[in-house]
Ligand binder design. Structure first.
Ligand code: ARG
Ligand code: ZN
Length: 881
């Protein structure tokens, strides 16, 4: 907001961490809420911890009064500079009172107290993580200051009939002049980033819940009247999450009420404020007419994620923001386990690893690469990244795998018990898990401190005369900014060895007496290590890194026939899929090198053609198997990135696949799936829809007009949004003219449904090639388009810049220049959103020369500006390096 980069921004370093000089025992907040102007009266009971003045953070606040121990201070008795209020006091305790004024309706950055929706109908809400609380009142706004909160809200009763804050309700009543009040007391000490309030006209759905330890809890989901009937799936998901955390981790909810609120104006996915979770509507609302199957799964996952934070994040929080992954990586891992239990575990694993490869690997290979625990930052909002979240979750998974199911649970129990009510570090976490199991996990700390994706190379040699198989593993992590030399990490490699008939062999390592069943885990701890397996009767094919046992890139020179064997026989659903991905990678290389009839292409296409007719394979898994790595991942297989070329090669190999299966077989299977279509949310119906969508895309590659006819019919009589959107996207991408009418129809049908319209914008932002930019520019003129709404910006600009390589990276650089202009405009409204969209420039250095120069010119020009936010400046400065 006010932080423009002409004031030089400080770099915050982990090494400089010092405990707070003053802590807060109790804080009492009284709000007089209004849309244009709100007032906050804060009473802080402060306790001295060091011989220093009191320093409170505060930004964009109008200070009306300041009192210390009952005496009003006048100017000169305090210092107010650079977002810090400094007051020197004697004694070890004091009560400090401030009264400040805020302007919620002017807050377009959506950080602190702001207005969601229109001035006459919208509601007020807060977002404090990471450092938003300082936009609400003067406070030591850091996660290691934990206090008990009492919050009183006062507002006009007609305009703000609903008043909510975190904690247990502690009275409410009417006031003169049509106003009313409500009070909330939170018995659990919490950091300021978990504070929240909501006030306005909202409807609710409610449910009673009794925890495993007998607490009766009122669950409420709140939303504006027009969408309240779309909250039922979220409520079911919440109840499932609460039960699951009781059963899987022994964690019970700990307040008498739990509120969840939906807003259309939110920078992130959702927020775990204590007792009052606030959600981007995108991750809370779901209904059959406007949500896809993917969106239902996202709602379930995000509801669970925020709920799980109540223990992993709230009861045990982070000492400082460098430890962000302590709560985020752990909570993503818990969310992934929950989703795997609720749905198909192998499909969930495939989806998670695909996301890691699509989002985190590129991030970690470019200028924005950073460790899961960064050592410095200038804007913490820019570290809510795929690395902190998704790679962080992989690290927890590795450690959990190391300890085994029961050992991990024992470790988690000790972690929660030992650090309840505290602000912890990643060292604390590893120590608790290790202590509970009598092991030392400190070697894993290196994973948290080292950026970059390790390469794991594997070389197997079969010694036929000795019946031995020798597996040589080597690791190497490429240098990254500030980390030229990388150390060896503990890399758990889960593996099986298959014989030529696809049977897993018993495994006995040299020196061991008894053989294991067909799978085991070896841990590579050095740069290079050999593992020798004995009594191996014939030359095996190794299935390595099963279940993706470590977040690395596997480099292993498989012959196409070996991968085809794994693709047919591997019992590990993830590795089976991954064998297909590796084989597709080899097929891509052959296509790229002008060998469209090469051994890998043939092996890949014929293995999949065989599986296509294998009735034992689940429809959704088949859909995943029929999907090779995407255009973004395939960049890794090109020395220089030319998105048009990558797309053409990928389509070429998909066409070969479609032909190998046969157009008639594809159409017959598609027709059978159409026949069986329902709008049910059961796994089988969802799987059918997923496969149907995949088949439609394959058909389009060999018979465009046939696919257009099928998609047109599918659009018209689709029983669900999943089918409708799939048909719409196929039409729009395959044939511009055929797409026009259904696009117009969809636009009108969903007018007023913000989340459905976002999909309409996003579908068109994916148009391939040079046509995309003009379309995106035309869509900016749609009356429903606005730069003020983060979801809308992500749907149109975000999709175009980050998910449409051939559209965004056009050779003339026009899209780069256009996005540069838009970034400046977005930044003036909402720095966090601008910074996120700007990460689209992350990979510019690896583009081919013409595009590289065009992108660089835009990045350099933006980076030189002095009028941009700290958020955007930080991204540009790192990307431009
Ligand atoms: N803690 C939230 C979560 O559940 C995300 C909050 C992100 N906030 C931000 N300013 N980046 O993941
Ligand atoms: Zn989270």
């Amino acid at each position: 907001m006010s932080d423009r980069s002409d004031t030089p921004t400080a770099v915050i370093r982990l090494a400089d961490y010092r405990p707070p000089a003053w802590t807060v025992e109790h804080v009492d907040l009284a709000f007089d809420l209004g849309i244009d102007r709100s007032e906050v009266l804060a009473t802080l009971d402060l306790v001295r911890q060091a011989d220093e003045p009191i320093r409170l953070n505060g930004e964009g606040l109008e200070l009306l009064e300041l009192h210390v121990d009952g005496r009003r201070l006048v100017e000169g008795e305090y210092i107010l500079a650079n977002g810090v209020l400094e007051v020197g006091v004697e004694g070890d305790r004091c009560t400090l009172v401030t009264r400040v004024a805020l302007r919620p309706a002017e807050n377009t950055a959506f950080e602190g107290l702001y207005l969601s929706g229109s001035r006459d109908k919208g509601f007020l809400l807060t977002q404090c993580e990471a450092e938003g609380f300082r936009h609400i009142t003067y406070y030591p706004d850091r996660p290691d200051v934990l206090a008990k909160y009492t919050v009183t809200l006062r507002a006009d009763k007609a305009r703000f009939p609903v008043l909510l804050a975190g904690g247990n309700p502690d009275g409410a009543g009417d006031l003169p002049d049509g106003r009313h009040w409500a009070r909330f007391v939170d018995p659990h000490p919490k950091p300021s980033y978990l504070f929240a309030l909501v006030a306005g006209r909202l409807e609710r759905i409610s449910q009673d819940y009794t925890t495993a330890d007998g607490r009766k809890v009122d669950l409420h989901i709140w939303a504006e009247a027009d969408v309240i009937d779309r909250c039922d799936y979220a409520m079911d998901s919440l109840v499932r999450s609460m039960r699951w955390d009781e059963q899987a981790y022994g964690r019970n909810y700990d307040l008498d009420v739990f509120h969840v609120v939906a807003t259309h104006d939110f920078n992130m996915g959702a927020m775990e404020n204590k007792g009052l979770n606030i959600f981007n509507a995108k991750y809370l609302l779901a209904d059959p007419d406007s949500s896809t199957d993917d969106e239902y799964r996202h709602v379930e996952a995000v509801v669970a994620h925020e709920y799980f934070h109540n223990w992993s994040g709230n009861r045990v929080t982070c000492r400082d923001w460098f430890q962000l992954s302590l709560k985020e990586g752990l909570t993503v891992f818990r969310e992934q386990s929950f989703s795997a239990d609720m749905n198909s575990a192998p499909l969930k694993r495939i989806e998670d690893v695909a996301l890691l490869r699509r989002a985190q690997f590129p991030e970690d290979a470019g200028p924005l690469s950073h460790p899961v625990r960064p050592s410095q930052y200038s804007e913490i909002n820019n570290f809510y990244t795929a690395t902190v979240y998704e790679k962080g979750a992989e690290l927890v998974r590795m450690i959990a795998g190391h300890l085994g199911h029961d050992g991990f649970r024992k470790g988690m129990d000790l972690y929660f018990e030992r650090h309840d009510g505290e602000a912890a570090t990643i060292e604390d976490y590893l120590k608790a898990l290790g202590d509970a199991n009598g092991v030392d996990l400190s070697a894993y700390l290196a994973w948290y401190g080292q950026a970059g994706t390790p390469r794991l190379s594997a070389e197997g040699r079969y010694e036929a005369d000795k019946h031995r198989y020798r597996l040589l593993l080597r690791q190497r992590t490429p240098a990254s900014a500030g980390q030229p030399n990388k150390q060896a990490l503990p890399v758990p490699v889960r593996l099986s060895l298959f014989d030529a008939n696809g049977r897993a062999m018993p495994l006995r390592l040299e020196g061991e007496s008894a053989a294991d069943a067909g799978e085991r885990t070896v841990v590579l701890t050095q740069a290079e290590q050999a593992f020798v397996f004995e009594d191996i009767a014939s030359a095996p094919v190794a299935s390595l890194l099963r279940g993706f046992s470590a977040p690395v890139v596997l480099e292993c020179e498989y012959a196409p026939a070996e991968l085809a064997l794994l693709l047919r026989h591997d019992a590990d659903g993830f590795n089976r899929w991954d064998a297909g991905q590796q084989l597709a990678g080899l097929a891509y290389d052959e296509y790229r090198d002008g060998k469209p009839e090469g051994a890998a292409v043939v092996a890949w296409a014929s293995a999949l053609a065989g599986l296509f007719h294998d009735a034992s394979i689940d429809d959704a898994l088949l859909a995943e198997l029929l999907t090779p790595p995407g255009e973004i991942e395939l960049v890794e297989r090109q020395a220089e990135r030319d998105p048009e070329r990558i797309r053409a090669i990928r389509r070429g190999m998909l066409r070969a696949l479609a032909k190998a299966i046969g157009i008639d077989a594809l159409k017959a299977r598609y027709a059978a799936l159409r026949e069986a279509a329902s709008d049910g949310l059961d796994a089988a119906s969802q799987s059918r829809r997923q496969l149907k969508r995949r088949l439609l895309d394959l058909i389009a590659l060999v018979d465009a007009s046939g696919a257009v006819a099928l998609a047109g019919a599918q659009y018209s009589d689709a029983p669900s949004m999943t089918d409708r959107l799939a048909a719409l996207t196929t039409l729009a991408v395959t044939d511009a003219a055929a797409g026009e009418q259904p696009l117009a129809h969809f636009r009108q049908r969903y007018d007023g449904n913000a989340l459905a319209l976002d999909k309409w914008f996003a579908a068109q932002a994916q148009l391939p090639g040079d046509a995309a930019l003009a379309r995106v520019q035309a869509l900016e003129d749609d009356p429903a388009f606005t730069l003020k709404n983060p979801n809308r910006v992500q749907a149109l600009l975000g999709t175009f810049a980050r998910a449409n390589p051939t559209g965004f990276h056009r050779a003339d650089g026009a899209a780069y220049r256009w996005l540069g202009d838009r970034l400046v405009a977005i930044d003036a409204l909402n720095p966090q959103v601008a910074a996120r969209v700007a990460t689209a420039f992350n990979g510019w250095k690896r583009l081919e020369a013409t595009r590289r120069e065009a992108a660089h010119a835009v990045v350099a020009e933006l980076a030189a500006r002095k009028d941009l936010s700290r958020d955007l400046t930080d991204i540009l400065a790192r990307v431009a390096l």
